[in-house]
Design a binder for this molecule. Sequence first.
Ligand SMILES: Cc1cc2nc3c(=O)[nH]c(=O)nc-3n(C[C@H](O)[C@H](O)[C@H](O)COP(=O)(O)O)c2cc1C
Length: 294
Amino acid sequence: MLAPLMPRSDVEVIWHQLLPQPAYPFPWPFFSFLDAFPESVYLDPPAVAAGNFDPEGEFDLIILAYQVWFLAPSLPMTGFLKSPGARVLRDKRVISVIACRNMWITAHCTLLRELDRLGARLSDNVVLTDNGPLWSTFITTPWWLLSGNQGPLFKVLPRAGVSERDIARAARFGSALADALPRIKAGDPGPFLTGLEAVRVNPLTMLGEHIGHRSFRIWGRLVRLAGRPGQFARKPILLIYAVFLVGAILLVLPVTMTAAAIAARLSRRILQRAKALELPSGSSGERLPRYDPE
Ligand SMILES: Cc1cc2nc3c(=O)[nH]c(=O)nc-3n(C[C@H](O)[C@H](O)[C@H](O)COP(=O)(O)O)c2cc1C
């Protein structure tokens, strides 16, 4: 995404990789993966290493790139947002960049609340998701995370994750930012990335996320009552929840998706809500011929 900005002598980019301490494993052992869910949902931050930037420094733009874990910002990002270094965000313009399977709306709403708390302003939101069919990503993503094998699986299920093509195409955002530099320098609040298909809300996943988030909160509270992260006492509840979750994905999700599909056709309100969630950058593509002429 930032490749078009890097060679410019008039732009200084400071990179900071969020390093949780201790690091999360990859591939994930089964219980470590499940064990991360209560703290993800309850925004219970891990320690993260301090940044190589001055939290009191002046920055024209801050780009927060994160993955979604259990419908919440991933724990390394939560760790940063709750750390003293997050005061760098005060009064700054922020572009969020999400990479995930395809359920990011709840995490985005959480991030908006955190930015509000920290006194930052969202200029743009860019979302990169797995393009595979929804049903197949429920198999390929956990398989990848738990085994390290990104696929394609059994020669039929597409490779998990954001595609190389979509990653390469993210250069369009950097090119648009480069052209927007005079506006950025002048203090324009943005958005800077409209017309580039930065984000598309699938109204069908909205209901699934709502139900999933509620269930994560209920079960997450139970697990947290049982013990601290990593403690053996959490394992039986996590195991029961894993069985419940697989059942819910197999049974509840198809039913809610069908209901949501019908509701989305019928309800203007749902479609309006989906459009509102695409703001500020939006899903339209009128500037693609200029920035992504492929
Ligand atoms: C613990 C964990 C929980 C996850 N939960 C979600 C989720 O709720 N929604 C989603 O769309 N993707 C979810 N994912 C998939 C990640 O967003 C996925 O790892 C990301 O797209 C890949 O980025 P990476 O290669 O930088 O890890 C989860 C991944 C992990 C490790």
